[in-house]
Write a protein that binds this ligand. Structure first.
Ligand code: CP
Length: 312
């Protein structure tokens, strides 16, 4: 097994053989989802605590389902119903939970670095489920796994990531993971939503959709976040939709069988039109299913699962 790290905090520095190990484990666990009884015992006796200080549908639910399918015990903490609302600090909250002996924490937090800080407060393993604009590594993994499932791998592919690159932890994780796996990544978006000097990373930058999408194998659409409008970085969602929204005509700029991806949640009619989101080239629902599979694989690897307890 090539994946032996204690924590998963970002995709930067995660090696190709580690990613391939996660994918191979995911391949062997995916079949469990088609069984009549979707429950296997390899993580019996292990405990997982999900700490969500920011809203989530996909990530939180899939981590909890993944843990339950593998028979780990789960405890879910949401900031809004915890003693944080009584003024308890993040540190004291974590130290309290640490005293209960969890084996692994999954954390989402609005501040970049929160997952790293958590590793300093606990002996348990930590998976970052999104920290501010920094990282969302399991999204990067599930995106790559979905591409591999449809196109056989990432080597030599061109991925156009379109939208708010500057504030996107998804763009960052996809960039690091996909380039490690041999893909060429383009960032496409308005200048106000592009990080300064991003070309230094070795990424191609486009401010016009036409050249940015031309010949792409994957059109990866990012969510436009409401706060960007409030901060004046975008004039209006309508103007964004007119200049960068992905419709069928614009999708035709990419390769004929290009995949359409989106991390969710989508703003239909803003960054992506409904006929594209629901069209034959969209793999958005596959991304969600694969999110569950990838999170099963990570929990299995990080909590010491063995295959003899997975066999049906
Ligand atoms: N893609 C993603 O992280 O979605 P959620 O915010 O619903 O978890």
């Amino acid at each position: 097994m090539a994946f032996t790290r204690k924590h998963l905090l970002s995709m930067q520095g995660v090696a190709r053989d580690e990613i391939e190990t996660i994918f191979e484990v995911a391949d062997s666990l995916k079949e469990i989802l088609s069984r009549p009884i979707k429950k296997v015992p390899p993580l019996r006796g292990k405990s997982v605590c999900t700490l969500f200080f920011e809203p989530s549908t996909r990530t939180r639910t899939s981590f909890e389902m993944a843990a339950k399918i593998l028979s780990a015990d789960t405890q879910s903490i949401a900031a809004s119903t915890s003693s944080l609302v009584k003024g308890e600090s993040f540190k004291d909250t974590v130290l309290t939970l640490e005293s209960m002996g969890f084996d692994l924490f999954v954390i989402r937090h609005k501040s970049a670095g929160a997952a790293q800080f958590l590793t300093q407060l606990t002996d348990a393993r930590v998976i970052n489920a999104g920290d501010g604009m920094h990282a969302h590594p399991t999204q990067g993994l599930l995106d790559m796994y979905t591409i591999r499932e449809h196109l056989g791998g990432l080597e030599g592919l061109t991925v156009a990531i379109v939208g708010d690159i500057a504030h996107s932890r998804v763009a960052r994780c996809d960039f690091f993971g996909m380039t490690t796996m041999g893909a060429k990544v383009r960032f496409v978006g308005p200048t106000t939503l592009m990080p300064a000097e991003v070309e230094r990373l070795g990424v191609e930058v486009y401010h016009d959709l036409e050249p940015g999408l031309h010949g792409a194998d994957i059109v990866y659409v990012l969510r436009i976040q409401r706060e960007r409008l409030e901060s004046g970085l975008l004039p209006s969602t309508r103007e964004y939709a007119e200049t960068f929204g992905i419709n069928m005509k614009r999708l035709a700029l990419a390769k004929p069988n290009a995949l359409v991806m989106h991390p969710g949640p989508m703003n239909r009619g803003v960054e992506i039109m409904p006929d594209v989101a629901d069209g034959v080239r969209s793999v958005i629902t596959d991304q969600v299913t694969n999110g569950l599979v990838i999170r099963m694989a990570l929990l299995f690897l990080m909590l010491g699962g063995t295959y003899d307890e997975v066999a049906s």
